[in-house]
Write a protein that binds this ligand. Structure first.
Ligand code: BTN
Length: 243
């Protein structure tokens, strides 16, 4: 994959501080302490962080690794998922599903992930997009995909990482300005997981199975078990039942 055209990205957002690294442990760490609006991009991460304490596979030159310093806001994590979905559609022509709260899926496999961390009075939003991986390590191969692999199935155009970043920064700006109700409404329209989806959820006390029944007013996922009782899911761990 061509390296990001950082000159073009900086020129498109002249008022933002945009740090760019060939290699970095994690863009999450580097974004701590930046002013709101600050962005960190890297071609490779040596210690990419995923949700729930996992690591994020961050092969050199194959993905987008981006963190931004943002103002904390309700439903921010959902807004970032919507922004990434919109950017991928705009730049690559592929419409991702969103698995609550913010895993982006193509063909049921994860193509992008989002991590939000609190830092002082700011939120650090991290977005990882698999762009040009031709294959994944065996432990990820069943669950991960890339834009390149998905576009190849459609004999489609290649995804340009610079175009994706340009679309992503603009989309984040748009979605974080929306109020919470608008974000919840858009999420319900954009995610097949928001309602009527049979899921298994890993909870601290064990797994439950049920059918998703919408989001509560704070953006948490309601899962209705077969006995009719509802469980509010506060963190991730949701997967399609039987997968
Ligand atoms: C997930 O587990 O789904 C979240 C993955 C978030 C990965 C991105 S890549 C850019 C930023 N830097 C990191 O170390 N993690 C996030």
């Amino acid at each position: 994959m061509n390296a990001l055209d950082i000159g073009r990205i900086r020129a498109a957002f002249p008022d933002r501080r945009i740090l760019y690294y060939a290699s970095l442990d994690s863009t999450m760490r580097a974004a701590v302490g930046m002013e709101t609006g600050g962005v960190v991009l890297a071609e490779e991460q040596t210690a990419g962080q995923g949700r729930l304490g996992r690591t994020w596979h961050s092969e050199a030159g194959a993905g987008i690794y981006c963190s931004m310093a943002l103002r904390p806001a309700p439903a921010l994590t959902l807004a970032l998922g919507l922004a990434a979905q919109s950017a991928i559609f705009q730049a690559a022509g592929l419409m991702c599903d969103i698995r609550w709260p913010n895993d982006l899926l193509l063909g049921g496999k994860k193509v992008a992930g989002i991590l939000v961390q609190a830092s002082d009075a700011k939120a650090i939003g991290g977005i990882g997009i698999n762009v040009n991986q031709a294959a994944f390590p065996p432990e990820l191969a069943g669950a991960a995909t890339s834009l390149r692999l998905e576009l190849a199935k459609k004999a489609g155009r290649e995804a340009c990482p610079t175009e994706i970043v340009l679309a992503l920064l603009a989309a984040v700006d748009r979605f974080v300005q929306l109020d919470k109700d608008a974000i919840l409404r858009l999420f319900a329209q954009s995610s097949s997981y928001a309602s009527g989806r049979r899921v298994t959820v890993e909870l601290p006390d064990g797994a439950i199975e049920g059918t998703t029944a919408g989001l509560d007013p704070n953006g948490f996922l309601v899962v209705r078990k077969d006995d009719g009782t509802d469980t509010l899911v506060l963190a991730g761990g949701v997967r399609a039942a039987g997968s």
